[in-house]
Write a protein that binds this ligand. Structure first.
Ligand SMILES: Nc1ncnc2c1ncn2[C@@H]1O[C@H](COP(=O)(O)OP(=O)(O)O)[C@@H](O)[C@H]1O
Ligand SMILES: [Mg+2]
Length: 275
């Protein structure tokens, strides 16, 4: 579905390469997290993915079509983007207007528009807020409306660029639940860009960028095995990983690397019952 073929990018001809000869491919229906510290090139990668930026070298291919001047507008329709700050993503005075905006822009007929608005608001569990003012919603709800606006355009790929980073814990949880639902129910290809490993734990695969290159690529469980070494590439291990690795250091007979809180708790109970 998505392919980076030897992609390099620099913002100016005399500035350092932000991405250096990056190869990656993402399958249809996959959920991939792109991880890396601030400035590691995550947002640059996202912009290359929908043609907002064009590689200095290499090619970006979406669904068998290389992004070029001729294909960029057509390709962009397949790639929806949700950004960090929900406040900056509103254009309408009601939730309905807001979701309608993108559809009006591409000339979707009225009947079809109404259908798509209801459908996409249902997908993010916000249908009952259709006539509310977006400014009065919580952060998580605002971000769900932003997601609905993207879904209404029927993309095949959605990129979430730090979409949970400005939200409180409840909002974060709402968005992660929404991502999981969309992934499971609609087989959407999902790319979440984050430095939150708790969020990355839900994805099928993680790609970690460091110094312009891919530092790690594999399952989240495998990444978490790096434990404290993750700090070397600017990633903060989750509390779950920290607890698990300190048990290991203390020679407790712990089994598999836990991804989620429940797995760690189960592990702790097993240890407790043994002693
Ligand atoms: N518009 C720009 N002009 C010049 N340099 C930029 C621009 N945007 C980003 N950069 C630089 O490119 C590098 C990667 O940035 P970015 O892709 O935003 O990283 P991330 O999203 O991982 O934090 C950083 O060093 C950043 O300063
Ligand atoms: Mg960024």
């Amino acid at each position: 579905m998505i392919q980076f073929d030897q992609v390099s990018y620099q913002y100016k001809s005399n500035s350092p390469y932000v991405l250096n000869d990056v190869n990656l491919s993402i399958d249809e229906g996959e959920w991939v997290s792109i991880l890396g510290q601030n400035g590691s090139g995550k947002s640059t990668a996202a912009k290359l993915l929908n043609g907002l930026l064009r590689p200095v070298e290499g090619r970006v291919i979406i669904d068998d079509t290389e992004i070029t001047d001729d294909t960029v507008y057509q390709v962009r329709r397949h790639v929806g983007m949700v950004f960090q700050n929900p406040e900056n993503q509103f254009v309408g005075t009601t939730v309905l207007d807001d979701v309608a905006f993108g559809l009006e822009n591409i000339g979707v007929p009225r009947e079809e528009m109404i259908k798509r608005i209801d459908e996409s608001l249902k997908q993010v569990d916000m249908l009952e807020y259709k006539n509310h003012e977006p400014t009065k919603l919580s952060g998580g709800q605002k971000q769900r409306i932003a997601i609905a606006s993207v879904l209404a355009m029927r993309p095949e790929i959605i990129v979430f660029d730090e979409a949970t980073s400005m939200l409180d814990p409840i909002g974060k949880k709402e968005i992660i639940e929404t991502m999981r639902y969309l992934h499971e129910q609609y087989n959407l290809t999902i790319i979440t860009i984050t430095h939150d490993l708790n969020e990355a734990a839900y994805s099928d695969r993680v790609i970690t960028l460091h110094n312009g290159s891919i530092w790690f690529q594999g399952t989240p469980r495998h990444l978490f095995q790096y434990g404290e070494k993750l700090e070397e590439v600017g990633l903060e291990p989750t509390l779950i990983t920290k607890v698990y690795h300190s048990l290991k250091r203390e020679s407790f007979a712990v089994k598999e690397e836990p991804l989620h809180f429940k797995e760690l708790v189960d592990e702790l109970w097993t240890l407790y019952l043994k002693t």
